[in-house]
Design a protein around this ligand. Structure first.
Ligand code: NDP
Length: 316
């Protein structure tokens, strides 16, 4: 592979294209750190959702793509520069960090990692087609849209339990379809779910094969352990089969990851000095836009402090 062309050393490089990255960009731009954002070539999670009703400041809700676009424009107004490249590696070199992307070695004294996570999907027919039209991966975001409907949830971990409990507040009935005959979730969450027999039904040892519908979800086709297939009529289908953080590119960088691949942090500080993390790449628990934005702000303030300290110590 051709050696990446080195770029001038900046104060801060932000990797990611979601709300954590844009918030870090806004704060570092206003702090006159001239941030460069490697925003990737893919789509962040908010850009692939529809109406966001739980982000403060928008009483009528806001479309996910519009929220993200506004955050980006706000950062650009203060001078943040965006590059649509995917980061390939991170390395510490001669007092600066180097991030390789699209044939260039982007260099900076501090780096903010905000590459997000991807909700796992099943890859079954109808899943993409009805995305945002009854198929969702976020009950806290979308549950109120399923008022008075029957919904199916796939998964057996804590997320599936939590999403199901959230959905019971709106849906008339929640049907959990789990691929095994026992949940993976913590005992306390299982007990809560299994204690709600009037609202939550469990279909054990079954797989969802297809999402059915017309303009909106109308059902799912499932196969049980005996191989028998049937359609379950429902108005919504929630995937809660886990998330994968977008952190593979950090292999060999020295940034410590947990066994699931999430960036390990103390607050927003990673295992490398001057490298901070924000958003779903370091947060397996909350996965909410407002928390990612908050962490992006924290990472920006820490990056600014890091530079100030380096200046005070004469190592800048
Ligand atoms: P998990 O990886 O814990 O669970 C994923 C679930 O989805 C498992 O039951 C798994 O089945 C199932 N699954 C995975 N792939 C497929 C597939 N292809 N087809 C069908 N089913 C599939 O992910 P979660 O998002 O639930 O949780 C992630 C982490 O976040 C955990 O550590 C969890 O404890 C934590 N969390 C904690 C919460 C809380 O404390 N309130 C709330 C939410 C999450 P199988 O069981 O067979 O492996």
């Amino acid at each position: 592979m051709a050696r990446a062309k080195p770029a001038p050393v900046r104060d801060v490089l932000i990797v990611g294209g979601g709300i954590a990255a844009h918030t870090a960009a806004l704060y570092t731009a206003r702090a006159k750190m001239r941030p460069l954002i490697l925003a990737g070539t893919g789509m962040d999670q908010l850009s692939s959702t529809t109406l966001v009703e739980n982000y403060p400041g928008f009483p009528e809700g806001i479309q996910g793509p519009e929220l993200i676009q506004k955050c980006k424009e706000q950062a650009e107004r203060f001078g943040a520069e965006y590059v649509g490249e995917d980061a390939e590696s991170l390395q510490g070199k001669k007092g600066a960090y180097e991030v390789a992307a699209g044939g260039t070695a982007y260099r900076a004294r501090t780096v903010i990692l905000a590459t997000g996570a991807k909700a796992r999907t099943l890859g079954i027919p109808g899943e993409k087609e009805f995305w945002g039209k009854g198929v969702s991966t976020c009950a806290p975001c979308d549950a109120p849209f399923f008022k008075g409907k029957v919904v199916v949830v796939a998964g057996g971990g804590d997320s599936a339990m939590e999403e199901s409990l959230t959905l019971t507040k709106f849906a008339t009935k929640v049907i959990i379809v789990h691929r095994r005959d026992a949940f993976k979730a913590s005992k306390i969450m299982q007990d809560r779910v299994l204690g709600m027999k009037d609202k939550i039904e469990v279909v054990w040892s079954a797989q969802v094969l297809e999402v059915l519908g017309d303009k909106f979800v109308q059902g799912v086709r499932v196969r049980d352990a005996s191989g028998k297939e049937r359609a379950i009529p429902c108005g919504g289908f929630f995937l809660a089969i886990g998330h994968d953080p977008n952190t593979r590119w950090l292999a060999g960088s020295g940034v410590q990851l947990d066994p699931q691949g999430y960036i390990q942090v103390q607050g927003v500080t990673t295992s490398l000095p001057g490298v901070f993390a924000a958003g779903d790449a370091m947060d397996p628990h909350y996965r909410q836009a407002v928390i990612s934005a908050g962490a992006g702000c924290m990472a920006a303030l820490e990056a600014e402090r890091h530079i100030e300290r380096a200046k005070a110590e004469g190592s800048y």
